[in-house]
Design a protein around this ligand. Structure first.
Ligand SMILES: *Cc1c(COP(=O)(O)O)cnc(C)c1O
Length: 357
């Protein structure tokens, strides 16, 4: 069985040795030694100052909207994981979908201005598959209309844009360290604020709004544990190797597929993390045939992202033709550290047998 992804696991003994430090202190959560150490290392890796390790990559989006005081309309992308849209609705705000760029699959910045109303307060965009949004245009629009910019950077860990981590751009940046992500802590995530005051508020939000007996604000439980931090400490030193191996697989797929299948495009200002390997088939029909063919070989990819989020059954419908079209035809191929050449060739052969028909 070959799945679309396989969690990278560090050496088990190394994990238990790391975890033993928490064990010896009988301290499993609440800013434990391992959480603090991981935060220090991730700050350095990402080149950011205000970094908070959290329990997932969804609660941080909620915290972001809350800390920025967003209550009305949020301009967002229909091509992302469902969490991006859910959070906007969960926080009582209204998602306003702007269609995507057919090249990068990220929000089409040239269409944002037309969607701004007197109720617009923020832009929440996703760096899809680890490829950057049009950061400069979005920043200029945000300045002009006094909007906040939040990036869901759940795919962007390890990508650098103009020499800096993609997680440095925006007012607030969130990431997921879920087991399926390139860098992971089992479950986990982070939030980065470029403003110190916001960062301090977020730190309180993460721990119920209080420090010992002093109660400052509302809050929620966004903390993560020593178990998860230990995983992160063991995975982080291997991130370069993980990215290098994904590059190997990407080049193998490229050699057979890149000229015959549509792929998202990126500029050379991006140093890519190889977070996913999406391909876009000619039609949904072809996609479904490929899915069947792979299934015969016990191989599964993932229709990611599908459906286009503007088509979710619980929201007011707003058309986004590019996103709807790509969502129906996009497919992420198996892509993970250690995926063997032989299996890559089997996947390629399956795909070619369908599309060359
Ligand atoms: C994975 C993911 C999330 C959610 O992260 P969790 O850690 O699973 O809560 C949010 N947005 C995007 C784009 C994701 O890929």
């Amino acid at each position: 069985m070959i799945n679309v992804t396989k969690t990278y696991l560090p050496n088990f003994d190394e994990y238990t040795v790391t975890l033993k430090r928490a064990w010896d202190k009988a301290w499993l959560t609440n800013n434990g030694e391992l959480v603090l150490e991981l935060e220090g290392k991730l700050k350095e890796y990402l080149g950011v100052e205000n970094f908070l390790f959290t329990n997932n990559g969804t609660i941080v989006l909620q915290m972001a909207l809350k800390v920025l005081g967003i209550t009305k309309e949020v301009i967002t992308t229909p091509f992302s994981y469902v969490a991006t849209t859910n959070v906007i609705i969960w926080e009582g705000c209204k998602p306003v979908f702007v269609d995507i760029d057919p090249n990068t699959f990220c929000i089409d910045a040239s269409k944002i201005e037309a969607a701004i109303t007197s109720e617009t307060e923020a832009i929440l965009a996703t760096h899809v598959f680890g490829i950057n949004c049009d950061i400069e245009t979005i920043e200029a629009i945000a300045k002009k209309y006094n909007l906040k910019v939040i990036y869901d950077a759940a795919h962007a860990f390890g990508s650098t844009y103009k020499g800096k981590s993609l997680l440095q751009y925006g007012d607030i940046i969130t990431c997921s360290f879920h087991a399926t992500k390139l860098f992971h802590t089992g479950e986990g995530g982070c939030i980065i604020a470029n403003d110190k005051e916001l960062a301090n508020k977020l730190m309180l939000y993460r721990q119920f709004g209080h420090v010992f007996d002093d109660f400052y604000s509302i809050g929620i439980n966004g903390k993560n544990s020593e178990f998860h931090a230990a995983m992160g400490l063991c995975v982080l030193p291997n991130v370069a190797a993980i990215i290098a191996d994904r590059k190997r697989i990407s080049l193998l797929y490229d050699a057979s597929l890149a000229t015959i299948l549509q792929r998202p495009k990126m500029e050379n200002t991006l140093s890519y993390n190889y977070a996913y390997y999406p391909v876009v088939f000619k039609s949904e029909e072809v996609l479904l045939q490929v899915v069947e063919k792979l299934k015969e070989q016990q191989i599964s990819g993932r229709r990611y992202f599908y459906p286009s989020l503007n088509e979710l059954p619980f929201i007011e419908k707003q058309p986004c033709v590019v996103s709807e079209d790509i969502s129906r035809r996009v497919f992420c191929l198996p892509f993970y550290y250690g995926l063997e050449d032989e299996h890559i060739q089997t996947i390629i052969t399956c795909i070619l047998s369908i599309i060359k028909k």
